[in-house]
Write a protein that binds this ligand. Structure first.
Ligand code: HAM
Length: 427
């Protein structure tokens, strides 16, 4: 087998120990926080009909035009690996009864975008996302942003900035587009190739183009709100007022537009100083998505979990557990002892004590090596004599002290060492 045969697909990554333990803790903490806000988890399929994304994200967006993994299945249907979570959740909400129209949902899982892989950008990545379904209310948008800041600080992150802007309503977006087109048309030839295309199809995206030439051209443009109706400006002012009330620091960024067409009113992006060039930790905003004759309004965000892990490493504020390990190993000398240890390990695990044993009948030395390799603090050694006499050799691997104990003495020793208090009778 060539070395490449062992590699995952280009732009996709295995997540194993010890890093996977950080992932588990990050996800667990996120669930705890979301429970405090009364959210339900939702698990939608990874594969959706292609039009679920085309219609919600917009057919001129970068994701739909160049980044989706789309394929034809055996029944000639066009299917897509989800590039983001919002469209699937809203399809699910549209399929439910009235109750879901005030639902608060979160999700966690892999997303897929055929982007050019680089640091912080993968073709399979993971999002922790939140969708708060409900009509446009400034307090809801502010709560959504405050919740996000709460979640990040619960993870131990502090070096982040909440960038915020408004796109107004679809009518405003059309007016902003018209105004921008007028102002930029004399300089159109100087825009980058992507922005030449965006000029016709999605002019707002020119505003957040990172190319130096385009930056030069857009730096003196008026803020988008200049083109908007008073109601939309008032809505945004209310969002900002609620954020002040909730003591969430935000930075107004009049160039922030976000790359998805479903957004209306409030949009935001959280950046983090430890992330390098792909510095967006999360993004979101208020949206309106239509399925059939139903238009579902909501506000939400998605946090890139790969980027959270990098941000945590850069801040190093919290020591994340690197392995669950097992505190106790059984060492078996002979077949009889092995069978008895195998039975006892099953019983003890059911009672809540994590423990393990060697299955291969290896030498005492090899079993001891395996035990300390997996982080065990104690080993219980048994051979034919111990089985016959109901005894246990308990060795403390930190001190090297070994004692011969009967079962009650062993259990009280384990309880005293706070490894486990069985409480209930053992057998
Ligand atoms: P998004 O800005 O496209 O928004 O993605 C959210 C986050 O996912 C980004 O800030 C980033 O952390 C992470 N991310 C995106 N692409 C990649 C990639 N190729 N590699 C690694 N991480 C990546 C959305 O997906 C919207 N659905 C968010 C939302 C929810 N809006 C409303 N509700």
């Amino acid at each position: 087998m060539a070395t490449n045969d062992f590699q995952p697909v280009y732009g996709m990554t295995d997540i194993g120990p010890p890093e996977v333990y950080t992932w588990q803790q990050v996800e667990e903490q996120a669930r705890k926080v979301l429970n405090k806000y009364g959210f339900d988890e939702v698990r939608t399929p990874i594969v959706e009909r292609n039009e679920v994304f085309v219609r919600s994200l917009g057919d001129t967006t970068d994701i739909v035009q160049k980044e989706m993994f789309t394929f034809v299945d055996r029944g000639d249907r066009q299917l897509t690996l989800r590039p983001e979570g919002t469209a699937g959740v809203i399809r699910y909400v549209a399929s439910c009864g009235q109750d879901a129209l005030n639902g608060r949902f979160y999700y966690v899982g892999p997303m897929f975008r055929a982007e050019r892989p680089q640091a912080g950008r993968r073709r399979q990545f993971h999002q922790f996302g939140v969708e708060m379904i409900g009509a446009a209310l400034p307090a809801l948008d502010a709560e959504c942003i405050a919740l996000q800041a709460h979640l990040l600080s619960e993870w131990g992150l502090s070096k982040f900035t909440v960038n915020i802007n408004t796109r107004g309503l679809p009518e405003d977006i059309a007016k902003v587009g018209e105004g921008l087109r007028k102002m930029l048309s004399p300089h159109r030839g100087q825009l980058c190739a992507d922005c030449q295309r965006r000029f016709e199809q999605n002019i707002l995206r020119v505003l957040d183009c990172k190319e130096a030439g385009c930056q030069e051209m857009i730096k003196d443009l008026p803020p988008m709100t200049d083109f908007m109706a008073d109601d939309s400006k008032r809505y945004f002012a209310e969002v900002l007022r609620f954020l002040e009330l909730l003591k969430v620091d935000v930075k107004l960024n009049p160039r922030l537009v976000r790359g998805l067409d479903y957004y209306v009113h409030t949009v935001f992006e959280i950046t983090h100083g430890g992330l390098g060039s792909q510095d967006a930790l999360s993004g979101g905003g208020r949206y309106q998505i239509s399925f059939g004759d139903r238009t579902i309004p909501g506000v939400g965000f998605a946090i890139g979990l790969e980027r959270v892990i990098v941000a945590l490493q850069s801040e190093q504020t919290q020591k994340w557990e690197q392995s669950h390990g097992v505190p106790l190993w059984f060492i078996s000398l002979g077949t009889k002892a092995f069978e008895e240890n195998l039975k006892l390990a099953m019983i003890w695990r059911r009672k809540g004590l994590p423990c393990a044993l060697d299955m291969e009948g290896r030498s005492l030395k090899a079993q001891m090596r395996a035990a300390s390799g997996r982080g065990a603090k104690w080993v219980v050694i048994r051979g034919d004599r111990e089985i016959e006499q109901g005894l246990f050799q308990l060795k403390d691997l930190q001190t090297g002290v070994q004692e011969e104990l009967d079962l009650p003495a062993l259990l009280s020793k384990l309880a005293a060492a706070q490894i486990h208090n069985f409480g209930a009778p053992l057998m």
